[in-house]
Design a protein around this ligand. Structure first.
Ligand SMILES: [Zn+2]
Length: 283
C-alpha cells in the first residue's frame, strides 16, 4: 500500500537540455557548496522564520497526530540542502538517495528498487508528469515498493523562466496526477536543473512540499559517465559528507553502479535517510 513514505552547437545544447539535467546542474554538480548549488537561484536567502507559505506546508492537524509526526521526524534539511539529525538517536553519517527524471524504464527502475531493498535503503524518486503519463504503472511500482515519490515538475522545464501561472500548473498537475494514480500527494519538490526562484519556492510550499536541490551530484547524466558506473561511484564518493543529498537519475549505468555504491557508503559508515523521517519545514 502506497502511504506517505513515500547541459557548442545549438543541436548539442538541445540534445543535452532534453536528455538529462543540464547546464545549471553541471555548474553546481561538482561544487556542492551552497553558493554553487544556488547559482541559478536569484532569490533571497531563506530566513529562519517560517513564512506563511511554509506554514501551509505543514497542514493543520490534531495535537495527537502532530505529536506522532513530531516523533517520526529525525532529520531536518539545512539551507545548503544537507540533512542534520534532530534527535539523539539519529546518526549524522547519513545520506539521502534521490533518483530524478523518471519513471522511464521497467528494467532499470526494477533493478534500482531491488538494490535499494537489498540495502534496506529508502530513496526519493523525483518524477516528471509527462513521463508518468506515459508509464503510470511505473509510478505505482515505486509506491508499491514503499519508496517515496517526489515532484520534479510536469515537463522538466526551467521553471525560473516560466510565469507564475505556468510554475503553479507545472507543480500542481503532478500533485493531482500522482494522487490519482498512487493515492498519495508528493511532499518533496526538486526543480529541474536545480533552477528555482521565489515564485517556485512559494508554489512548492503552497503545494505542501519541501523544496530542495542537492549537495552531492553523481554527474551520472554527463557524457563522461555514460555507461561508466565506476565514474558515477567515484563522483559520489569524492563529494561525500554527512547529510549528503545525493542526486542521481534513473539511468542504466546508475543502476549498474548502485549496489557497489551503497556498499561503499555502508563501509564508510553511512546509512540511508528514510524520507519519511524528514522534517517538511523549509529551512
Ligand atoms: Zn531533472
Amino acid at each position: 500500500m502506497p502511504q506517505r513514505q513515500l547541459v557548442a552547437s545549438t543541436l548539442i545544447s538541445l540534445v543535452i537540455l532534453t536528455s538529462a539535467c543540464s547546464t545549471s546542474e553541471s555548474n553546481s554538480l561538482k561544487e556542492p557548496s551552497p553558493e554553487q548549488v544556488t547559482v541559478t537561484d536569484t532569490t533571497t536567502k531563506p530566513t529562519a522564520t517560517p513564512s506563511p507559505a511554509s506554514t501551509i506546508a505543514q497542514p493543520d492537524s490534531t495535537p495527537t497526530s502532530a505529536q506522532a509526526e513530531e516523533a517520526k521526524v529525525k532529520y531536518k534539511m539545512n539551507s545548503s540542502y544537507r540533512f542534520e539529525p534532530v534527535t539523539a538517536d539519529a546518526p549524522d553519517q547519513m545520506v539521502l538517495l534521490t533518483f530524478d527524471d523518471g519513471p522511464k524504464d521497467t528494467e532499470v527502475l526494477t533493478r534500482i528498487l531491488d538494490i535499494l531493498d537489498q540495502h534496506q535503503a529508502k530513496a526519493i524518486f523525483f518524477v516528471n508528469g509527462y513521463r508518468v503519463k506515459q508509464k503510470p504503472e511505473l509510478l505505482e511500482l515505486i509506491a508499491d515498493r514503499a519508496q517515496t515519490i517526489g515532484n520534479h515538475s510536469w515537463d522538466h522545464v526551467d521553471l525560473k523562466k516560466e510565469s507564475e501561472a505556468s510554475v503553479r500548473k507545472q507543480l500542481e498537475d503532478v500533485q493531482v496526477q500522482v494522487k490519482s494514480i498512487a493515492g498519495l500527494t508528493p511532499k518533496f519538490f526538486r526543480p529541474p536543473f536545480g533552477s528555482g526562484s521565489d515564485t517556485v519556492k512559494t508554489a512548492a510550499a503552497d503545494e505542501g512540499m519541501l523544496y530542495m536541490t542537492w549537495s552531492n551530484g553523481s554527474l551520472d547524466w554527463d557524457a563522461a559517465a555514460k555507461n561508466k558506473p565506476d565514474v558515477v561511484i567515484a563522483n559520489v564518493m569524492e563529494q561525500l559528507h554527512p547529510g549528503a543529498n545525493i542526486l542521481m537519475h534513473e539511468l542504466a549505468w546508475t543502476a549498474d553502479a548502485l549496489d557497489t555504491l551503497l556498499t561503499k557508503l555502508e563501509k564508510a559508515g553511512y546509512g540511508f535517510i528514510d524520507p519519511a523521517t524528514i522534517d517538511l519545514k523549509q529551512p
